[in-house]
Design a protein around this ligand. Sequence first.
Ligand code: UDP
Length: 262
Amino acid sequence: MRYRTQVMSEFHGAFSVLGLPVNVMSNYLDWLLERLRQGSGGHVITLNAEMTMQAERNQSLANVIHDAELVIPDGAGVVLYLKLMLRQKVERIPGIELAEDLLKNLGEKNIDKKVFFYGGAAGIATKAAESWQQEVPGLNVIGTYSGYHSPAEAEELRQTLIKLQPDVIFVGLGVPRQEMWIHQNRQLCPQAIWIGVGGSFDIWAGQKTRAPHWLANNNLEWLYRLYQEPWRWRRMLALPEFACKALVSGISEKLRISQSLS
Ligand code: UDP
């Protein structure tokens, strides 16, 4: 697995959450900036309980997660699992916040890198890009593309990426579409960092809002999403399913350790 060899910021290890890799580090932003400096590119995945459960049923998604250069612990469930299993402090890194830190850093430090936004309904990625350009004038968003298009337009997008060779490509198509798309297309810009950002463009474009801090701090961001998008209830059944599987896996792991010690 390639991600094991990338030890740039303080690297605490690659751990497994129900068979999927998660990289625990002290500073993910530094990892991204270093990768960009080297031009070595990579696929970044932000793992939460919902994606973990999807990967149980979708082997192609599981393979893509195993192949990614960086898997960050995004969801509260994943972080709790790691904390209980590792008995060490693991910080939750919401993917949207890591993406925002990267955008701010690139712009404010005038790091001359080209950024591309792909995904969302018509005009959303462009609106998100405009809002970022206004907030961080030093940022260089060189192009945007909507996430709803014909096969011919998909080919046009691929040709555009080949021509522009962005350094950072944010893909907001939702899980698992964005992960699969990145995996299939990343060879178009081998030096780029590709990050799946879900519905972040909707938030940056002002179409949706994030949960208030007090809810997020109490691991209740999912409740806010359910309130905003009630149709999510079926997808959210993945959360109790994850909790049960994590509990069973944790208990059997503890039994295995105590048996091997006796
Ligand atoms: N989307 C898209 N093309 C599609 C399906 C979805 O661009 O064919 C976009 C959608 O407009 C939204 C994002 O993908 O902006 C999905 O956001 P969501 O918050 O549902 O992502 P997830 O929870 O799966 O990370």
